[in-house]
Design a protein around this ligand. Structure first.
Ligand code: PMP
Length: 401
């Protein structure tokens, strides 16, 4: 009977029209996003529409997604603990495996404590929520100062915290210093940045931050998502490699990239971890990462420690690739992070280049606004230690056209 049809059915028409309108607006400006089905074959090869392609757009820098120890950790963990954690960490979702993995993460990062979360995105949310809560109870309140190119998860976390915030130009220590000075002494200021930037593959000015920190106290939240595994002894990160790990008050790391798993962690003082348990809503109100994944993460940290050659190789490949591109006339920055952006400019040019590479069985993602600033659409090439020299040479040639 028509009378019993749910009201939602009536709403669907105008709602659908609204969606279609909004999506076609995006399509017209060349910014409509969509997915494709990509079947992983191994760490660096995928199948798309029946064709095998070399994957140059995964963050699998050390190839650990398919490492036997990492896969075995997941399998054995699932046998022992089941598929899901069943509850949040504060309820019954904190198993002996979670405790063991957190201890391994803390040791790896030389931190007093670590908290494991289901994703790096959530780790950033929980870390910022905790810092905001701590600052709120101070007489001058709290203020966040965030790098212009910081990852969306950091931006969302800071915006969503309800605390005031300011953006400083990318890596601009002079401007950051002035912003820090303009606040009164009672205000709790938190600087938020990344050690290796996700879309540009360049480094934070860690030495500059260290100098600023000596001049005026502030808390530093350093996201090492893309530096973990790739820099520092056993992959402990860029701050560790530079001998500046002490400078950061809170580290966020993800296990979705070099570690080849999924999950994120907040590392810092034991008391900060206790504070996350109380103020980090993204931790408190979400089911724990499965213990099986925690086991896999522990195995990945072990591989990073035992097989340092993986880190050496991906950085060497990056240096060689960058030099080869420069030799072909491409403007590519110095450095050795596995993230190599090739700035194209317009959205349509980036999409066309990405499609041309795919026609040649090379998978390279095009990154467009709002992920990157308008006019800087790019191909974001990411390298893995599992790529062969021949595969990289093929990509270099294709990019030279
Ligand atoms: N921080 C940075 C710098 C990132 O690039 C990402 C992921 N792209 C995240 C955090 C979020 O990590 P995850 O994918 O584990 O949620």
């Amino acid at each position: 009977m028509a009378r019993n049809r749910p009201a939602a059915g009536l709403m669907a028409d105008w709602f659908d029209a609204l969606l279609a309108d909004e999506l076609s607006r995006l399509a017209e400006s060349g910014l409509l996003r969509h997915r494709r089905v990509v079947r992983p074959i191994d760490a660096v090869h995928v199948e798309i529409d029946g064709r095998v392609c070399v994957n140059f757009c995964s963050n699998n820098y050390l190839g650990l997604t398919h490492h036997p120890r990492v896969v075995a950790g997941l399998r054995a963990g699932a046998e022992r603990f089941g598929a899901g954690a069943g509850a949040a960490g504060l309820i019954s979702g904190f198993s002996p495996q979670h405790a063991a993995t957190e201890a391994a993460i803390a040791l790896w990062k030389s931190a007093e404590g670590a908290m494991l979360l289901p994703s790096g995105y959530q780790a950033n949310l929980a870390a910022v929520q905790t810092l905001a809560a701590l600052g709120r109870s101070r007489p001058g309140g709290v203020r966040f100062l965030i790098d212009k190119l910081a990852h969306a998860s950091l931006v969302d976390a800071v915006r969503g915290s309800g605390a005031p915030w300011r953006v400083f130009p990318h890596n601009h220590m002079g401007k950051l210093g002035r912003l820090l000075e303009e606040a009164d002494d009672k205000q709790f200021q938190v600087v938020v940045t990344e050690s290796i930037f996700s879309m540009d593959g360049d480094e934070a000015d860690l030495a500059g931050l260290d100098q600023l920190k000596r001049a005026r106290p502030f808390a530093l939240l350093l996201d090492e998502a893309h530096a973990s595994g790739v820099y520092g002894r056993a992959g402990a990160g860029l701050a560790a490699e530079r001998g500046l790990a002490e400078m950061a008050d809170v580290f966020v790391v993800t296990f979705s990239k070099a570690a080849g798993c999924v999950g994120g962690a907040i590392c810092g003082k034991e008391n900060f971890c206790r504070a996350v348990l109380n103020f980090g809503r993204a931790y408190v109100y979400s089911t724990s990462v499965p213990a099986a994944m925690a086991a896999s993460i522990e195995a990945a940290i072990g591989v990073m420690r035992d097989e340092p050659g993986r880190q050496d190789r991906v950085r060497e490949l990056s240096r060689t690739f960058r030099a080869a591109l420069r030799g072909k006339g491409r403007d590519v920055a110095e450095g050795d992070s596995p993230i190599v952006p090739i700035i194209v400019g317009s959205e349509s040019a980036a999409m066309e280049m990405s499609q041309r590479l795919l026609d040649g069985q090379l998978l390279v993602g095009a990154v467009r606004p709002p992920t990157v600033p308008r006019g800087t659409s790019r191909l974001r090439v990411t390298l893995s230690c599992e790529h062969t020299e021949e595969e990289i040479a093929r990509l270099t040639e294709a990019l030279a056209l």
